[in-house]
Write a protein of this length. Sequence first.
Length: 153
Amino acid sequence: MNNRTAGLCLRLQLLQVPDSVEVGQVARLMCVFDEEQDDLYSVKWYKDDVEFFRFLPNDRPANQFFEIGDVDVDMSRSSNGTVYLRNTSLSAQGTYRCEVSADAPSFQSISSEKFMSVQDRPLRMASRACSLHPRFPSLLLMTMMITVLRRGA
């Protein structure tokens, strides 16, 4: 965490990035900060040093998204210091950084980062019994088990 210490300055209180999420799940990234007596200029989010989300409270719209192939931001839920990633894919794995910047006169910036892994859903076994002959469902020789492998079952 980079935090220049001055008399009145920004403080980054908490960075929440999940350690791990499953493919297809929602990931909530949260950056909690205290502006103290500074005015907020921006909150920016980066994945592997590439900016993908920006909140500028004085701009309209305040939320801006920059498309990078492996990050799907839910813009309807994201704002200020919180970003929701939906439909996470394996390529969404990486280092996520939140950078908070103050407006004039200090123009101070503070940031923190954390790695998030994305796990593929485990294979699960599902079994189902079915009869080959509808008139003799209890006939053991005529019953077979079907095993299906599928993700996220």
